[in-house]
Design a protein around this ligand. Structure first.
Ligand code: PLP
Length: 401
């Protein structure tokens, strides 16, 4: 019989969110009358807005006509790739530097193929779990050593360093996953911070995989929405992004990855050419219906709807922040991101998770699930119906008792 891929055995525990779901189910069994509200996972809750939805509907209708029918699109519809370059990057990229995907998470997983097993990986700590678990699955990281994975450099992002890592600690010649606006801390890196990151990564031969999945939540005009706003990034960074959180496409599935043609490996080979090769080999493109929706999302009306949807979730975040502040709980995030990161000094994250579930019937996410530096934190997600968020905020007052 064929043996199991040892990298799978290396994964320490179940994925964080299935574990939260398991605990929620267990609680529901012992508390059948509890009306549990989730401020836990980052799944969108509000309907897709009408103009963007019409784009999806029209995309489906076109497929049933001889002139509108389309089959495989490889790296994505040319019109969408051009539109992304124009809306998000001031046309700094050619269409063949923009690759349409079925979502940022899927590309984060596939991108590791560019670097192979044994790549040195660095992550912000805490971080979106896929960076670490995806690296372990692809053999980039050694086994679990009790505090973290041997082959992964964890860069603590704490209140003490304003949730931005010490760039001097970046390893040489590796891969850095960097997320801004950050999941889970909600922190957004400033221009000066990203300049330092690009400078140090260039000096150390690192490639940054910059995850900008929440860029449309940035309201402060001084904060960069893309790593490519920083000089020098085109030779050291790849950017992944998504329609999931700005347009409510979590179930539709659409994202993109920018791989500049100027980005090279140590040996001078083109990363862009390899990524095109990988996409052509193991990925046959995103749904053409989703891409029609994406085009609608990026015209003037669609961009207004994106703004409206993100504002809705940001208003939820405001309510959560205010509720926590009333309780005297220190928190960051939620102003340019849909996550609020709350600090419970000296406490275990899972204990706080259990207390909030027990006393308030509210599901949150324990910070320790995002990495060692997440210990004693709880992530509150602003993705929820307004009435649920208001009710959850009322119930949080119960934590005083
Ligand atoms: N990147 C970050 C930081 C996320 O938090 C998420 C989802 O929660 C994703 C990527 C996934 O995006 P997509 O739905 O496009 O796969």
């Amino acid at each position: 019989m064929i043996t199991r891929n040892p990298c799978i055995a290396n994964i320490k525990a179940g994925y964080l969110f299935p574990e939260i779901a398991r605990r929620r189910r267990e609680f529901a069994v012992t508390h059948p009358d509890a009306k549990i509200i989730s401020l836990g996972v980052g799944n969108t809750t509000e309907p897709i807005l009408p103009h963007i939805d019409q784009g999806l509907v029209e995309g489906a209708r076109q497929l049933a006509t001889p002139e509108g029918y389309s089959g495989y699109q490889d790296e994505g519809l040319l019109s969408l790739r051009k539109r992304i370059s124009s809306v998000f990057y001031k046309e700094a990229f050619d269409a063949d530097e923009v690759f349409i995907s079925d979502g940022a998470k899927c590309d984060i997983g596939r991108l590791q193929l560019l670097f192979g097993a044994g790549a040195q990986v660095a992550v912000q700590d805490p971080s979106y779990p896929v960076y670490v678990d995806g690296s372990v699955l692809s053999g980039a990281a050694g086994g679990w050593n009790g505090a973290g994975y041997a082959g992964i450099t964890y860069l603590p992002c704490t209140a003490e360093n304003d949730y931005f890592p010490d760039v001097a600690a970046l390893p040489e010649n590796g891969l850095l996953y960097f997320c801004s606006p950050n999941n889970p801390t909600g922190a957004v890196a400033t221009r000066a911070q990203l300049e330092a990151l690009v400078k140090e990564s260039t000096a150390k031969g690192l490639i940054i995989i910059f995850d900008a999945a929440y860029s449309e939540y940035i309201r402060d005009p001084t904060l960069p929405k893309s790593i490519f706003e920083i000089e020098g990034a085109k030779t050291c960074a790849i950017e992944v992004n998504s329609f999931s959180k700005p347009a409510g496409f979590t179930g539709v599935r659409l994202g993109w990855t920018v791989v500049p043609k100027t980005l090279k490996y140590a040996g001078g080979e083109s990363v862009n050419a390899d990524w095109a090769r990988i996409c052509g080999t193991i990925f046959n493109g995103a749904s053409n219906i989703a891409q029609a929706g994406g085009l609608a999302a990026l015209d003037d009306e669609g961009l207004l709807e994106i703004r409206q949807l993100c504002d809705f979730y940001l208003d939820n975040a405001k309510l959560i922040r205010a509720a926590l502040r009333d309780l005297g709980i220190a928190c960051v995030g939620g102003d340019n991101s849909p996550y609020v990161w709350a600090r419970f000094p000296g406490r275990d994250s899972w204990d706080v998770f259990a207390e909030i579930l027990e006393k308030c019937h509210v599901v949150t996410t324990p910070g320790s699930g995002f990495g060692p530096a997440g210990q004693s934190f709880i992530r509150f997600s602003a993705f929820g119906h307004r009435l649920d968020v208001e009710e959850a905020c009322k119930r949080l007052a119960g934590l005083k008792k």
